[in-house]
Design a protein around this ligand. Structure first.
Ligand code: HEC
Length: 239
């Protein structure tokens, strides 16, 4: 299977940063270590254990296999008025997107075009991301205000707008959630390449990894940061 940007799942690059981030934390902690070290078994005398309620409020992730879904259900018919009230001002009445706000429906068949329209129906691999994202971040400006039944109903409505379900009385719930598969799931593949380009024969290169560093192009010439003034003049100045 050939690789194209569409096929690499979201989140892969984020996951790649994790080891480096931990390493940085480790380095930062080292000089402070002896000064701040707690006596064994006594802790730092700071803070208090998180309450079960605090942990529940923080623990909201929903995974591709459905783990983390709260109990609840909702139909597209129930979702429609909620969508009209809380989402349509940005995402359009039919989830088609307004102005530059993101479309949540449509876009099927566009992924390999010059202007791919990546929606829940055309692009996303797992429906769990819709639950996780909508509860975590939407409606924009009032995140985490939706009740589980509302989120299920909104997702059912978005599925209906994408033609993935046909019955507006189908009640999407934590129990049948995994039975709904998104059409683009199989175009996502695991990216199991090594985490770092310098990893050779299992050993990371730490010095003199490139014999010579050469500037091959400048951002201004590439025109990634277009300016109002004459780019031609800028180009000539560099050349
Ligand atoms: C005030 C405008 C606004 C409202 C209202 C709003 N959204 Fe959004 N929505 C956004 C913006 C902006 C983004 C993109 C955020 C980003 O990329 O960081 C977004 C992204 C999304 C996405 C991810 C789209 C993608 O493909 O990346 C989903 C799903 C979504 N919104 C659902 C909803 C739902 C459901 C509601 C109603 C409960 C809602 N939104 C209300 C502005 C809004």
């Amino acid at each position: 299977m050939s690789r194209s940007p569409e096929r690499v799942p979201r989140g892969v690059s984020g996951a790649r940063f994790a080891p480096a981030f931990l390493l940085l934390l480790g380095l930062a902690a080292t000089p402070l270590g002896p000064a701040c070290a707690a006596e064994p078994g006594r802790g730092f005398g700071l803070g208090r254990p998180a309450t079960a309620e605090e942990i529940r409020a923080w623990d909201i992730d929903v995974r591709p296999d459905g783990r983390g879904l709260p109990e609840g259900s909702g139909t597209a018919a129930e979702g429609e008025p909620i969508f009209a009230d809380k989402c349509a001002s940005c995402h359009g009445d039919f989830a088609e997107g307004l102005d530059r706000w993101t479309a949540l429906a449509g876009g099927v068949g566009t992924l390999q075009s010059d202007n791919p329209v990546r929606t829940i129906g055309s692009y996303w691999p797992y429906l769990s991301t819709a639950y996780d994202y909508i509860f975590r971040a939407m409606p924009f400006g009032n995140a985490q205000s939706l009740k589980p039944d509302e989120v299920y109903a909104l997702i059912a409505y978005i599925l209906l707008m994408n033609g993935i379900i046909a019955d507006d009385r189908f009640a999407l719930s934590n129990e049948n959630f995994n039975s709904v598969r998104l059409p683009n799931e199989n175009n996502f593949i695991e990216d199991n390449r090594p985490d770092t380009a310098t990893l050779k024969d299992g050993e990371p290169c730490m010095n003199d990894c490139k014999p010579q560093v050469e500037v091959t192009m400048r951002a201004r010439v590439l025109d990634v940061t277009p300016e109002n003034d004459d780019n031609g003049a800028a180009k000539r100045a560099i050349e």
